[in-house]
Design a binder for this molecule. Structure first.
Ligand code: ZN
Length: 200
């Protein structure tokens, strides 16, 4: 796993972008790669992670190498879901997976103002509660429809939105298939717009 810090380390606010958590939903990596290659923003701070689930992405599976759905493994309202072998298996206990603990430690250390988790293939921006405001703005900037949907138990955004009630975390479900260059550029612009002014 690689996390890249870009921009101004003294900026009071930051945006964390995770390109992939489910190994079969990797289109967001085109966005994180572009963000990493782009000139760092002069006054903003970005944290960029291509993929929280490198084993799943390498094998072409939704889950990690233990067969656990990382987005059901976070500790807020975690509950046992499904059995080993099911693609939405929650794992044996909250934060049982090393990838989950890496994400939690990172987020607890950097405390991003906004976190964006890329998924596929629904083609929506989804959020709930206080994160809906910034997620709606992101939807508007990218042209994706916004959906107000409760968080799933054990999901990363559910944990973040309860652990850090003054920060926002939301999900961008990209459409199926790879992103075009133009689309990837549009998401990069939207992320940089949010990073410049995450609270309005
Ligand atoms: Zn997903």
């Amino acid at each position: 796993m690689r996390v890249v810090e870009s921009g101004d380390p003294a900026a009071p606010r930051s945006v964390l972008v995770v390109g992939c958590i489910h190994g079969t939903e990797t289109a967001g990596v085109a966005v994180t790669r572009r963000l990493i290659e782009a000139k760092p923003p002069p006054r903003e701070r970005l944290w960029i992670m291509d993929c929280l689930n490198p084993d799943g992405a390498a094998k072409g599976t939704r889950d990690n190498a233990h067969g656990v759905d990382l987005n059901r493994n976070f500790p807020w309202h975690w509950r046992p879901r499904y059995m080993p072998g099911d693609p939405q298996y929650s794992g044996p206990r909250p934060a049982s997976e090393p990838e989950t603990r890496v994400a939690m430690r990172l987020i607890e250390r950097i405390r991003p103002t906004v976190t964006i988790w890329f998924h596929q293939p629904v083609g929506i921006v989804r959020a709930f509660g206080h994160s809906a405001l910034v997620a709606r703005r992101f939807a508007h900037l990218t042209g994706l429809p916004f959906r107000l949907l409760p968080w799933l138990s054990g999901s990363a955004s559910n944990w973040q939105n309860h652990r850090f009630p003054h920060a926002a975390s939301f999900v961008v479900e990209l459409p199926p298939g790879p992103l075009s260059r133009a689309a990837a550029a549009r998401y990069v612009r939207a992320i940089r717009t949010l990073a410049a002014c995450p609270e309005s």
